[in-house]
Design a protein around this ligand. Structure first.
Ligand code: ASP
Ligand code: MG
Length: 406
């Protein structure tokens, strides 16, 4: 019997009606004779609301307590879904992350899965149950509850799929797949029927919100195909897998945008060993994740160092960096919180010259100023003013003729 893991996101589980709708979809898979493990997110905006509540109680709620609190969101949705299935006459059981054997390290709020001991899940499947697992949560060796970082239910789903040897991990959400660009912005954007892990990882890391990058990484590591599809329609979705052929499609596969970019520049930094470490080590210790880092070539042993962070982390980062800048003799620290980034992504760009020039040309035609540029082998990203991101995506979609399709 085929085993599938299905994952339903918060918007698919937002109220009783939607939970019943999800139950019907799961029932269809069961009726086809599949063994089904389901991973759920918390209902709607539950996680945000719980965080807000905690901060109304205390300025420092503490990560351990927060994780127990946040884990309840997925407990609620998993139990309700099991009830919905049972009410329809199906055998179903809900399991917490701990019961499902999701073992993690003790890094509260962003724990890493160390292993999955899925004995109980397997036992319940053997009993004929549909197994509903609370996503986003795990347990440490000390039996403390952890969460995996925002959006972590996707990671739970792929980790379970890998450990159970599932045929496929189906991620159901409120969009029906991965597009050549955000379809809200570009009506002519086309849905991709398939995409490779590498491209999807870049897309997800650079702004496409359909699936969490960590889940894609795990999928690639364990070679688990991931289907991204809508829980509201029956359209076929996008399959993320390893066997996508390179020749038969556009070289730029998709365009991603992200409005959550802020920049800090440390101006007039003395160019000597250890300076970068002295700036970035404290940021790392404070849990601030840095995205792009650019250091200029130095003139007279003085250089500028620019890096980007999420907008919500800008103030905290500035508070840390300003005194360091002073202590190392830098001239000043400046920041800009109104930035965004746009990326073109495609493995087909590898070894084909000219993509960067075309991208920069398209932006300059729109009068868009590029502030920073970063690249990987299969991605080019430009950091620009946030107010021009939409125009940039439109122009790039046109220039790379992405509406022509796959
Ligand atoms: N409920 C969690 C969050 O909102 C996990 C998830 O949705 O995947 O981040
Ligand atoms: Mg969520």
């Amino acid at each position: 019997m085929v085993l599938v893991v299905q994952k339903y996101g918060g918007s698919s589980m937002a109220d009783a009606k939607r939970i019943k709708n999800v139950a019907r979809r799961i029932a269809q898979a069961k009726d086809k004779g599949e063994r089904v493990v389901v991973v759920v997110s918390a209902m709607g905006d539950t996680t945000d609301e719980l965080i807000k509540l905690a901060y109304q109680i205390s300025e420092q709620p503490g990560d351990r307590e927060l994780d127990v609190l946040l884990s309840t969101g997925e407990i609620v949705s998993s139990t309700l879904l099991a009830m919905a299935l049972r009410a329809m006459g199906y055998e179903a059981i809900s399991l917490s992350g701990a019961q499902a054997g999701i073992r993690t390290d003790a890094t509260y709020r962003r724990a890493q899965i160390l292993k999955v001991e899925a004995k109980r899940v397997v036992k319940e499947l053997e009993r004929g149950n549909i197994v509903i697992v609370a996503g986003f949560q795990g347990i440490t060796d000390e039996m403390d509850i952890t969460t995996l970082g925002r959006g972590g239910s996707d990671t739970t789903a792929v980790a379970l799929a890998a450990s159970l040897g599932a045929e496929v991990c189906q991620i159901y959400t409120d969009v029906d797949g991965v597009y050549t660009a955000d379809p809200h912005l570009i009506p002519e954007a086309q849905k991709l029927t398939e995409i490779g892990y590498e491209e999807m990882l870049e897309l997800a890391s650079y702004g496409a919100k359909v699936v969490h990058p960590r889940a894609v990484e795990l999928g690639e590591l364990f070679n688990i195909p991931i289907l991204v599809a809508s829980s509201f329609t029956d359209s076929s979705g996008t399959l993320i897998h390893g066997g996508v052929s390179m020749e038969v499609r556009n070289k730029v596969r998709s365009i991603a945008q992200d409005l959550d970019v802020a920049k800090i520049t440390v101006v007039g930094v003395p160019d000597r060993p250890g300076i970068a470490a002295s700036i970035f080590q404290p940021l790392a210790t404070a849990g601030i994740s840095i995205d792009t880092i650019v250091q200029n070539a130095s003139i007279d042993n003085i250089t500028d160092l620019t890096f980007t962070v999420a907008k919500s982390q800008l103030a905290k980062a500035m508070r840390l960096v300003e005194p360091i800048a002073k202590s190392i003799g830098a001239r000043e620290c400046v920041s800009d919180s109104k930035l965004g980034k746009v990326s073109i992504i495609g493995t087909g760009m590898q070894n084909t010259p000219g993509y960067a020039a075309r991208m920069f040309g398209a932006l300059s035609e729109q009068g868009i100023n590029i502030q920073l540029i970063t690249t990987s082998e299969i991605r080019i990203t430009c950091i620009i003013d946030e107010s021009r991101v939409e125009d940039a995506v439109r122009a790039l979609h046109r220039v790379f003729e992405m509406e022509i399709g796959e």
